[in-house]
Every structure is written in C-alpha cells, then in structure tokens.
Design a protein around this ligand. Structure first.
Ligand code: IMP
Length: 174
C-alpha cells in the first residue's frame, strides 16, 4: 500500500530544474549521449532532457536483476543494449534510484567497454545507507532514507510507475 508521499510534484520539478542547470553548465564543449536505464528512469529522463539547452543524443539500456520485488540479488543481465556508438562520446547515465549500487556498477562496466571519452552518472534519488558497491554519482536529485518508494517511474512488481509523485510503499497493509 501507499504509505506517505515522499516527493511532491512541485519538489520534483524543482529538483529536475536544478539538475538540468548543473548539467547545462557541464555540457559545454561535450559530445553528449544521455543513456536512460529502462524502465524506471524513463519519466525522469524525459523531464530532465527536455530542460537541457544543448542538443544531446538519447539512448536506452535495459538490465534486469533477479531477486524479490523489493531487493535485488546482485545478478544483473543485459536485456536491451544501446543502439548508438558511444566510442569517444561523453556519456551521461541516467538512473531513477541508486540503492545498493550493484546495477550501476554493472551498467558502467558495460558502457566503459565501448570506450566513451567520459562517463558521468545522474540519479534522481539515492539511498546512501544501502550502498554495497562504491559507485560515483555525479549529479544527485535527492538523498532518501532506507524506504521503498514507487511512482515517477519506480515500481513495485511493475505497478505504480505512472504515479506523478513519489510515495513510500509497504507490502503490509494498515
Ligand atoms: P541497486 O542495484 O540496488 O542500486 O538498485 C537499483 C535498481 O533497483 C533501481 O534502478 C530500481 O529499479 C530498483 N530499486 C531500488 N530501490 C528501489 C525503490 O525504493 N523503489 C523501486 N525500485 C527500487
């Protein structure tokens, strides 16, 4: 059940606007490819890239991690690969949330193997207290405590992605 609203629409807009301003400064003299991690990052990715004042190439990658609905197992497999050549490009990986860091470490390894000129990470949310892998997150929207959240792309068992705001979710009722 949805327990508590964690990020309201107006706050989301402010966070994304701030991140876009930081990115607009960073994009000077870059040859950027923005890579969204499907499916969770889609809502954030579209909101963010529309606020950029530079033209950027966009692409998507999808990985899956096997485990329960609220905990990843640490095994990440590639479901959908990139379609553009990122060799020599400045890649910005856009993720919905960095939790243990396992997904991002594996995605960054996949991307690094294609020899980009640079690689940076943009995450809407981060749960630093849950980190198991050290992973560089260059642009962070909001740090949150160890709660499971849904909405604005984030799911529980594929549900709730389309909620316009971010809510804490609990499997228990009441
Ligand atoms: P990590 O590999 O543990 O860092 O987890 C990253 C992925 O797990 C994210 O891209 C999400 O798909 C999922 N995830 C982690 N925390 C949450 C959450 O609170 N709600 C929904 N999905 C989450």
């Amino acid at each position: 059940m949805l327990k508590r609203r964690v990020v309201a629409k107006a706050e989301l807009d402010n966070i994304i606007e701030r991140l876009a301003e930081e990115l607009n400064r960073d994009l000077v003299a870059k040859d950027p490819v923005f890579v969204g991690i499907l499916k969770g990052a889609v809502y954030f990715f579209t909101a963010l890239t529309q606020r950029l004042t530079h033209s950027v190439v966009v692409d998507f990658i999808q990985v899956s991690s096997y485990g329960s609905s609220t905990n990843s197992s640490g095994t990440v497999t590639l479901v959908k690969d990139l379609t553009v050549d990122i060799a020599g490009k400045d890649v910005y990986v856009v993720e919905d949330i960095v939790d243990t860091g396992i997904t991002l470490v594996d995605v960054l390894a996949l991307i690094a193997a294609r020899h980009p000129r640079s690689m940076k990470v943009v995450a809407l949310l981060s749960k630093p207290s849950r980190r198991q892998r050290e992973v560089p997150v260059d642009f962070v929207g909001l740090e949150i405590p160890d709660v499971f959240v849904v909405g604005f792309g984030l799911d529980f068992a594929e549900q709730y992605r389309n909620l316009p705001e971010i809510w804490e979710f609990s499997e228990e009722g009441g």
